[in-house]
Design a protein around this ligand. Structure first.
Ligand code: HEC
Length: 462
């Protein structure tokens, strides 16, 4: 831009000269001329060729680019940024155990470090190349010479710029003239009027205005208020023929558009089976107080103030995870539990119970039910004070519970333990109860319960 400024004063009389440009027929003449120019000490030179010419950099005395060095610096910056960032985030600012990894820089930091190194380098390469070449450049005075068009076809040009510190108009002309060029022209400023043709200006203004219209429409819609329905490109269900709640209809004899539930059907989430099989207790035996307190399903009697375990939730914790957990701190349940399993006691049901227990319960309660599952161990080792150890299923409290109550614990959750009703159907829940009973028995059987013929084998084993 600055080069064009003086034009106003010197307009048309003496166009500004930017240097000399010589034209050659082949690359060898160009190379020879370039060497000569270089040896004369000129550095602000350039060559234009229809194809890459080997050795032209050296012939022009162009120094190797410093781009690789800049890229190296950028890459190292990316690398250290990534490492510093991860060290700060994971080691200082937000220390959080993730997959048991140590804090700060770990092997897991390598991918991020690698990515940032590549990212910084790639951007620097791209932007650096553009900057070092002083791009984008929309016009170059060399274009004013009509012969120059052949630079992309079959001619070779050598350009010595007036900006060179040793530049002298006559001596450069002489020097280039001595290299036997096809033509030798002074590169002059472009004096054609630079004002854009009218239609282009008008067209641009119109386009800009048209381009603003969508933005203004959107702005108007966002800021304004309208009672008209939304504009629909595709008609969606807003326009379907339908009845809304409380509207009348002529389709049904009773004139109601809302239809009552069809007899005998159960809506999702509406199954409120009043049967011990789904509840774990006998609803017909609920006392008036139970029902009052419970509403439909659950009877939660607040623990009495004298209940020591209720006083402090932390008392449920044991340091070694041996889970001699006292009563749940939250509440004790008192409902007419059933104490007979509503499913058959057979091997198939025990197998289902074992499989489901190991899937859904063992993580916390442990495979044998001692409350020493992996989730518990891990949570305990993190020593976050609020972890409540899972109750051991072998403590008297659970052992003495009727099957219905254990079923209820799985169905509705108990204290800090969540409900598993969404993952396990009632039959599977009962199978788990059966398996829990089997686990308990395995730790607490009496010799008298062993069949007589088996007692002998036991003795043998001993
Ligand atoms: C996420 C861990 C976790 C899982 C999984 C889990 N429990 Fe529990 N369970 C607990 C905790 C914690 C308690 C103690 C709750 C309390 O007292 O607040 C508990 C308590 C219990 C109790 C004693 C309830 C009472 O009356 O005090 C039983 C029985 C029980 N769980 C059975 C199961 C069964 C069966 C499963 C599998 C369906 C299971 N749990 C799955 C954590 C779990």
């Amino acid at each position: 831009m600055s080069e064009h400024k003086p034009r106003k004063t010197t307009e048309k009389k003496v166009p500004k000269a930017f240097g000399w440009m010589a034209e050659y027929q082949d690359e060898n003449s160009l190379l020879a001329a370039a060497r000569k120019v270089r040896d004369s000490g000129y550095t602000k030179t350039d060559a234009f060729t229809p194809f890459p010419v080997h050795g032209i950099d050296e012939a022009l005395g162009i120094k190797p680019t410093i781009l690789p060095f800049i890229v190296l610096c950028a890459g190292l910056t990316g690398l250290s940024t990534a490492l510093l960032m991860q060290w700060w985030m994971n080691g200082v600012d937000y220390k959080y155990i993730i997959s048991a990894k140590p804090f700060g820089i770990t092997p897991a930091s390598i991918p991020v470090a690698f990515e940032l190194t590549v990212l910084f380098s790639a951007f620097t390469t791209f932007l650096g190349m553009i900057a070092l070449n002083q791009l984008p450049k929309f016009s170059n005075p060399v274009f004013t010479n009509p012969r120059f068009d052949r630079a992309t076809n079959d001619r070779f040009f050598l350009y010595v710029e007036a900006a060179d510190k040793y530049y002298n108009r006559d001596s450069v002309k002489e020097l280039l003239g001595g290299t036997h060029p096809d033509s030798l022209d002074e590169v002059l400023e472009d004096t054609t009027p630079s004002a854009l043709p009218r239609p282009i200006i008008l067209g641009t203004i119109l386009l800009v205005i048209a381009g603003l219209i969508p933005a203004m429409i959107i702005l108007n819609i966002r800021a304004g208020y309208s009672t008209a329905p939304r504009f629909h490109v595709f008609f969606d269900m807003d326009f379907q023929p339908k009845k809304k709640a409380q509207q009348t209809t002529t389709i049904f004899a009773d004139g109601r558009s809302m239809r009552p539930q069809v007899k005998g059907t159960v809506g999702r989430g509406q199954l409120e089976e009043q049967d011990p099989f789904y509840l774990g207790y006998d609803p017909s035996k609920l006392t008036a107080i139970d029902t009052l307190e419970t509403g439909k399903f659950v009877s939660l009697q607040e623990p009495k103030a004298t209940d020591s375990s209720a006083a402090s939730p932390a008392s449920g914790l044991t340091s070694d995870g041996s889970a001699q957990t006292p009563a749940a701190p939250s509440a004790t349940l008192n409902l007419p539990w059933i104490d007979k399993l509503p499913i058959e006691v057979n091997e198939a049901n025990i197998a289902v119970g074992k499989q489901k227990f190991e899937t859904y319960c063992s993580a916390c309660h442990g495979y044998a039910g001692f409350g020493d599952g992996l989730v518990h161990k891990r949570a305990d080792s993190l020593a976050q004070g609020y972890w409540l150890a899972p109750t051991s299923l072998h403590v008297d409290k659970v052992r003495s519970q009727p099957v219905g109550q254990i079923f209820h614990t799985i169905t509705k959750g108990q204290g800090k333990m969540a409900s598993y009703a969404s993952s396990l159907n009632p039959k599977e829940r009962w199978a788990i109860v059966l398996y829990v009973r089997a686990l308990q028995k395995s730790r607490n059987a009496d010799l008298s319960e062993v069949p007589a013929d088996m007692v002998k084998t036991l003795d043998e084993v001993k």
